[in-house]
Design a protein around this ligand. Structure first.
Ligand SMILES: [Zn+2]
Length: 250
């Protein structure tokens, strides 16, 4: 009888200590990241691989990659039909290119999840996705309005807010690999430029890296990321990885 009680006590101790050690703070849990990618004009398979592999160095990130739409300019993701599509994730990365998709009800299924608090990272052609829509919902979420880009070149990038966690270790001047400079028509009121580049075409300076507060939700963005060379550049991988961790609150 005593022996049985001892076994029971030992079992209870195991259970209690198991709970105690299992209850780690949120900061030590992996960041659950969803990457939405696909569409026109870019090698999204390579880009997804480069980001997933390269980001491992910067934090414990569990990735889910949804690469759909082939080279289409107007494909839709079935995922968004579920109103709770973003719930299982700490951060969603938008690196897609569907410039011709014109369906505001569809777009609002995406922005609603971010408005409800799911942080985001927005990269390159995400800024031209849904660009033919008259409504500004997507652009307000991004933090920038852009509808076109300059020619490809190696653009010197000037860090503006060096104290931002995403800009840690970012070189004071970094020259991009061959990439497109997106013409920013408007930086939204709750957005702040973190780095800029100068257009070789019109001489204007445009944000190329920024943060946005979308109804209080963190959004980190960059307009670079066109070619594979950019995704092979360690400074770019560090930037988007640190931006992701910042957006996720880490
Ligand atoms: Zn591009």
């Amino acid at each position: 009888m005593i022996r049985l009680m001892k076994i029971r006590f030992a079992l209870l101790l195991c259970l209690v200590s198991g709970v105690a050690f299992g209850a780690s703070p949120a900061a030590s849990k992996p960041v659950r990241a969803l990457l939405i990618t696909g569409g026109c004009c870019h090698d999204y398979e390579l880009q997804a691989k480069a980001f997933v592999e390269g980001s491992k160095k910067f934090g414990d990130i569990t990735w889910t990659v949804i690469n759909e739409g082939g080279k289409s300019k107007d494909a839709k993701f079935a995922l968004y039909e579920n109103p709770n599509w973003a719930k299982p994730y700490d951060v969603v990365v938008h690196n897609e290119c569907f410039a011709d998709l014109k369906d505001i009800a569809y777009v609002r299924k995406i922005t609603a999840a971010h408005q409800a608090g799911t942080p985001a990272v927005v990269i390159h052609c995400a800024m031209h996705t849904y660009r033919t829509l008259a409504e500004d919902d997507w652009r307000e979420f991004l933090g920038v309005t852009s509808r076109r880009h300059d020619h490809q070149s190696q653009y010197p990038v000037k860090a503006i807010v060096t104290s931002h966690p995403a800009m840690r270790d970012f070189p004071a001047i970094w020259t991009s690999p061959m990439d497109e400079l997106y013409v920013i028509e408007k930086l939204w009121p709750n957005a702040r430029a973190l780095a800029t580049s100068k257009s070789e075409a019109d001489g204007n300076t445009y944000p190329v890296v920024w943060e946005n507060s979308y109804h209080g939700t963190r959004v980190f963005g960059t307009t670079f990321g066109h070619g594979n060379a950019t995704w092979h550049d360690p400074a770019f991988i560090a930037l988007v990885s640190r931006g992701l961790l910042w957006a996720a609150g880490r």
